[in-house]
Design a protein around this ligand. Structure first.
Ligand SMILES: [Zn+2]
Length: 351
C-alpha cells in the first residue's frame, strides 16, 4: 500500500503528452525498462466516498496497459530476468515488469486471467501476516470506520478533535486528516489509534483482512504457475525506516522465511511497505542487500537505467493508479519523460 492518490504530476501530464515534448525527451528519459506497480484489480465501481480508490484499477484497464506495452514493443519479463538484464547493464530491447503489492484476493480472480491472456509474468509481494488474517490493513479499516459513522472522535498527541463524517465530502476530509496523521506515526502508535477507532465503531480488522487478502492456499495456486513470482513484503507491513534497525531487519528477514515455509521457495525479491523515502532509505536498502534479496522495489517514481546495477535494492517503480486509468498515461509513462522531469533528470534516487 502506498497511500493516497496524491500524484502531483497529473495536471501537467496530459499537456506533456499532447505537446509531444515527451517524444523529444524519450532518448534521455526512457532507460532500459520500467517496473509497474499495482495493488487491487477489480471491476468494482467506486464513486463518492472511496478514499482508497487510487489503489484499484479495473481488469479492463490492466488489459489495455498490457496491450499498449506489447504494442510499444517492450518485452514483458519476470523480475529474475530484469535483474539479469540490469546487472549486465544492457538490454537488447526495453522491458516492462508487473508487480502487485499486498496479496489482494482480486489479484487471483481478476488480474491473473489478464496476465495469462498475454502470457505476461508478474510478481505479487506478500506481507507474511496477511494470508493468516493477522494483517492490519489500517487504511481500509479507517475507510470503513468513517463510512459507517456520522461523527468521529479522534485523539492524538495534540488533543482530541470531533470530525463530522455525515456527507461524502466530510468523510473524505476526515479520512485525509486521520490518514496523513497516522502515516507519520510509528507502527505501535498507529496500531493503537486504529484499533481504538475500530473498537468504537465495530470494525473487525481480522474479518476485513481475511476478506481482502488471499489465503496461503490461494497463493500456492498462483505460485505453481511459472508466470508468477511471489516476493516478500515484511511480516506486518510497517514503515521500516521508523523502526529500530534490529526490528526492521527482523521484519524483512522473517517475512521472507515465512514465505519459504509456506511455499518451499525463499523469495528473492522484496518490496518496502509504503516505499516512500520516509519509509525506506539507505539503511533499508543495505539491509535488503545483506539479507540476500536480488532486487527490492520502492514507490519512488522512475524508470530503470543501467546505473541501477549498483542500486538493485533501491529500484523505482511506475504506479498504475486508479485515478489515471487511460492509455494516455501508459504511453507517457513508457517514455520516462514525466519521471525525468520529476527527478530533474537525475537517474538514480537512492538517498
Ligand atoms: Zn504494501
Amino acid at each position: 500500500m502506498t497511500g493516497l492518490p496524491a500524484d502531483i504530476l497529473k495536471p501537467g501530464m496530459k499537456a506533456l503528452y499532447y505537446s509531444g515534448v515527451h517524444r523529444l525527451l524519450a532518448p534521455f528519459a526512457e532507460g532500459m525498462g520500467l517496473i509497474f506497480m499495482l495493488h487491487q484489480v477489480s471491476p468494482l465501481k467506486q464513486g463518492g466516498y472511496s478514499p482508497n480508490r487510487g489503489l484499484m484499477v479495473t481488469p479492463e484497464y490492466l488489459d489495455a496497459v498490457l496491450s499498449d506495452v506489447k504494442e510499444a514493443g517492450l518485452d514483458i519479463i519476470s523480475l529474475d530476468e530484469a535483474h539479469a538484464r540490469i546487472q549486465c547493464g544492457v538490454s537488447s530491447n526495453r522491458f516492462a515488469c508487473f508487480t502487485l503489492d499486498d496479496g489482494y484476493r482480486d489479484n487471483l480472480e481478476y488480474a491473473y486471467p489478464v496476465f495469462r491472456k498475454y502470457g505476461a509474468p508478474f510478481t505479487i509481494y506478500v506481507p507474511s501476516d496477511f494470508p493468516e488474517g493477522k494483517g492490519e490493513l489500517w487504511w481500509f479499516a479507517l475507510e470503513e470506520v468513517i463510512a459507517s459513522s456520522s461523527e468521529i472522535t479522534f485523539s492524538s498527541q495534540t488533543g482530541t478533535t470531533q470530525l463530522p463524517t455525515a456527507t461524502d465530502e466530510e468523510k473524505t476530509a476526515a479520512f485525509e486528516h486521520i490518514y496523513f496523521h497516522l502515516r507519520d506515526q510509528n507502527a505501535d502508535t498507529q496500531r493503537e489509534t486504529v484499533s481504538r477507532l475500530c473498537q468504537a465503531h465495530g470494525v473487525n480488522m481480522e474479518e476485513q483482512c481475511r476478506d481482502l487478502i488471499m489465503t496461503w492456499d490461494e497463493i500456492r495456486t498462483l505460485a505453481s504457475d511459472p508466470l508468477v513470482t511471489i516476493g516478500a513484503h515484511t511480516m506486518a507491513h510497517p514503515a521500516l525506516a521508523k523502526l529500530p534497525e534490529d526490528r526492521a531487519r527482523d521484519e524483512m528477514k522473517r517475512g521472507a522465511d515465512r514465505i519459504k515455509e509456506e511455499l518451499g521457495v525463499w523469495p528473492e525479491h522484496f518490496s518496502y511497505p509504503y516505499g516512500n523515502p520516509e519509509s525506506a532509505g539507505p539503511r533499508e536498502f543495505s539491509i535488503a542487500q545483506d539479507i540476500g534479496f536480488k532486487t527490492a522495489v520502492t514507490t519512488r517514481k522512475g524508470v530503470i537505467f543501467p546505473d541501477h546495477a549498483d542500486h538493485l535494492t533501491a529500484l523505482p517503480r511506475v504506479s498504475l493508479n486508479g485515478d489515471y486509468q487511460s492509455s494516455v498515461f501508459t504511453r507517457l509513462y513508457m517514455t520516462g519523460a514525466p519521471f525525468a522531469i520529476w527527478n530533474r533528470f537525475r537517474r538514480v534516487d537512492a538517498a
